[in-house]
Design a protein around this ligand. Structure first.
Ligand SMILES: *Cc1c(COP(=O)(O)O)cnc(C)c1O
Length: 386
């Protein structure tokens, strides 16, 4: 249907008219609260660099030293000649950090999700997925050709009902740990109980919890004390709180060996550059050693929630660094975001189809690198523009 430039033009026009047209901002500075964006100085509240590690001097130093030693590109897939000692060590450190037997690196979180679900699930089998799961988990399910049943967000009764009707053998329960557009948390303990009773796989995507949650930053499963037996498939990304790029799956020795043999997004793609792995190793050390970064992040979250409550700004039920303000109407959300940009504050409007129709929102996120003053400035701007 798109094999016609007129149709494409009409499509683009329609997107513009319905305020759904998407366009990237151009930044000329590192990822940090104060950035140069579209030629303007901006105070930003939309990054996933929650701990402020994307431009941390130690991480940068490790990256540069590894680039000097290993060059830039990894040159090949892991199973050919692209698996360097830096990748190997990072996998070992990630396994230890998450308390799993093994970990396996993927070039992105999107690819990790596609790879695992497709390696484990096939036509005729069943996946139970939270309705608000990240797009990559939805696509992973679709690509696998397994039947995907989506349950009401975080509704364990609804999930149990669906499972009670299940007669297929190989099943999987799939959920975000921290929901990327809402900031709330999946009831992972209950999910683990249900999965155990039903003998189903449980896969938790902890993209936003890894680094920010848990006593040592190992994520939601650390916070909720869930072992490898409780939650056998853990996925987390390295491009968010960890500040670098890529992702990993952690689990049993057998699971990882199985993925090495079968996950197509592991086999048929170039390994991440060794310098990214080296930078990630430096970043993990900071995550583990500097719990004050998580404390500072949490102070900002508390300050924002208390301030918003005082101003009568309604927030979603989230205690994480993701604090969305639902506007509802797409045009209005976009206008508010544009107005804030004019005042030098970048908070992006999240619109359908990323989130359900009628729930357009400003997705506010915080970083440990923000200051109390930054949060106060945001609150004042929101008071004026909402
Ligand atoms: C960002 C994100 C991903 C994708 O990770 P990338 O490394 O950016 O590809 C997967 N799942 C969730 C929940 C995410 O927020």
């Amino acid at each position: 249907m798109k094999n016609d430039s007129k149709l494409i033009k009409a499509f683009l026009k329609e997107k513009q008219q319905s305020h759904l047209y998407r366009k990237a901002h151009i930044s000329r500075s590192p990822q940090q609260p104060h950035m140069q964006i579209n030629g303007k100085s901006m105070l930003t509240f939309c990054s996933n660099d929650y701990l402020g590690l994307a431009n941390h001097p130690e991480v940068l130093k490790a990256f540069k030293q590894a680039a000097d030693k290993y060059g830039v590109g990894s040159g090949a897939a892991h199973l050919i000649s692209g698996h360097s000692i830096e990748h190997q060590k990072l996998e070992e450190e990630l396994a230890e950090f998450t308390g799993r037997d093994r970990a396996l690196l993927f070039s992105t979180g999107y690819m990790a999700n596609l790879g695992v679900v497709n390696a484990l699930m096939e036509r005729g089998e069943l996946i139970f997925a939270d309705r608000l799961n990240h797009a990559s988990l939805i696509d992973a399910g679709l690509l696998s050709n397994a039947k995907m049943k989506r349950y009401v967000h975080n509704d364990m009764g609804a999930l149990q009902k669906l499972l009670d009707k299940n007669t297929t053998k190989n099943t999987m329960i799939l959920s975000d740990g921290v929901f990327s557009m809402d900031g709330d948390i999946a009831p992972v303990k209950q999910l683990a109980d249900i999965a155990r009773q039903q003998n189903a796989w449980l896969m938790i995507d902890d993209a936003h919890g890894f680094g920010t949650l848990g006593a040592t930053g190992a994520g939601l499963l650390e916070q909720e004390n869930l072992s490898q037996q409780d939650a056998p498939i853990l996925m987390a990304t390295l491009g968010k709180a960890i500040g670098t790029a890529g992702a990993f799956i952690a689990g049993s020795h057998e699971l990882i060996e199985y993925l090495i043999q079968t996950a197509r997004t592991y086999t048929y793609t170039t390994a991440m550059p060794p310098s990214i792995a080296a930078a990630t190793r430096a970043s993990l050390k900071i995550v583990q050693n500097e719990s004050e970064r998580r404390e500072k992040l949490n102070q900002h979250i508390q300050q924002f929630k208390a301030g918003a409550s005082e101003l009568g700004i309604e927030l979603m039920p989230s205690d994480t660094a993701i604090q969305p303000i639902v506007i509802g109407n797409t045009e209005k959300a976009l206008k508010t975001s544009t107005q804030l940009q004019k005042e030098g504050i970048l908070v992006t409007a999240i619109r359908p189809p990323t989130i359900p129709e009628g729930t357009a929102r400003l997705r506010v996120t915080f970083s440990a690198e923000h200051t109390t003053e930054d949060v106060a400035i945001l609150l004042m701007a929101l008071e004026k523009n909402l």
